[in-house]
Design a protein around this ligand. Structure first.
Ligand code: Q46
Ligand code: ZN
Length: 306
């Protein structure tokens, strides 16, 4: 893991990931061991790994799977459902299943088509339905918190998209914890600081069977394009993705997002040497730089050799 300057063997990696998750749960005050947790499980590596980790850490975490009715020529929903059931059975965990077609009469692609929403892609309708159903189950069955497997790549892509068009409202709400409000359950993302490949590595090392295929409708999506761009950046500058996300969280926490730093500007005064404004009591940064370089070079360039 170049971004952490850390290399671990399989056994230590399988210890390290849950330890980190526990640390993030505490740091962001996500939930306690007394609370009832509902994990949204899709059959993919992130959500299954998350469910695995939370139960290993001793949290009371039940799963919830939503049957979207997406086939895409690969039996996407059937296969992800099968793998989720398999995981629950193997680990003796409680799984709630909501099948959209059974519950509302229509699978997601048809629901999207007949409602004429989303320009030929069912994703807008799908996202809406998933949010709605997760909230419904959490509320009706008395869960304290809803947990999703969004990883750093997901979060950085959303952040990048929102930043490109300065979506202030969304930026102010994005984060590892979305508090409960107006009948909506608290939502948390314990994997938000893990790279996608870290979660893939965890699932493989742990022997979790998950669905490798993405949803067929994900192809060509904006979020995949942003992920590719961020991966290019990450290759050139390891850690860039994590820094992008963490600095954002920090800025938001400190109230520095979209707030002009007028306070710092108010404390400017003239540098005793050059007279330009500086925020330190001493010489300005430029004068200090020149002083330092001339001292270490043994005088000003013109004086050298005299
Ligand atoms: S929104 Fe769209 Fe996803 Fe729903 S239709 Fe598939 S790609 S699953 S995260
Ligand atoms: Zn409603």
């Amino acid at each position: 893991m170049r971004q952490h300057k850390l290399a671990l063997c399989k056994d230590h990696y399988l210890e390290w990931v849950p330890e980190q998750v526990e640390r993030f749960i505490k740091k962001y005050e996500m939930f306690t061991r007394e609370e009832k947790i509902l994990v949204a499980v899709s059959g993919g590596k992130d959500s299954l790994a998350l469910w695995d980790i939370l139960t290993r850490l001793g949290y009371q975490a039940d799963g919830m799977y939503i049957g979207l009715g997406i086939d895409g020529g690969i039996g996407y929903s059937d296969e992800s459902h099968r793998l989720t059931e398999e995981f629950a059975r193997k680990h003796n965990l409680k799984l709630h299943v909501v099948d959209m077609a059974q519950e509302y009469g229509l699978p997601i692609p048809v629901l999207a088509e007949v409602s004429h929403r989303g320009k030929g892609k069912p994703c807008a309708v799908c996202g809406l339905a998933k949010r709605h159903e997760m909230n419904r189950i959490a509320r009706d069955l008395g869960y304290d918190v809803l947990v999703t497997g969004h990883n750093l790549d997901d979060e950085a892509a959303v952040l990048f998209g929102n930043t490109l068009i300065w979506e202030g409202e969304y930026l102010l709400r994005q984060g590892p914890v979305l508090p409960a409000r107006d009948g909506l359950a608290r939502k948390v993302k314990p994997l938000c600081r893990f790279y996608e490949r870290e979660m893939a590595a965890y699932s493989i090392a742990r022997g979790i069977e998950y669905i490798y295929e993405e949803c067929p409708f994900a192809e060509g999506s904006q979020s995949i394009y942003y992920k590719e761009l961020l991966n290019q950046l990450e290759t050139a500058r390891p850690g860039a993705k994590l820094t992008f996300y963490l600095r954002f969280l920090e800025a938001r926490k400190n109230g520095n997002l979209f707030v002009e730093k007028s306070a710092a500007a108010a404390h400017l005064h003239a540098c005793p040497k050059c007279g330009q404004p500086t925020s330190t009591d001493d010489f300005c940064s430029f004068c200090r730089l020149i002083e330092k370089t001339t001292v270490s070079a043994g005088g000003l360039p013109g004086e050298r050799g005299n």
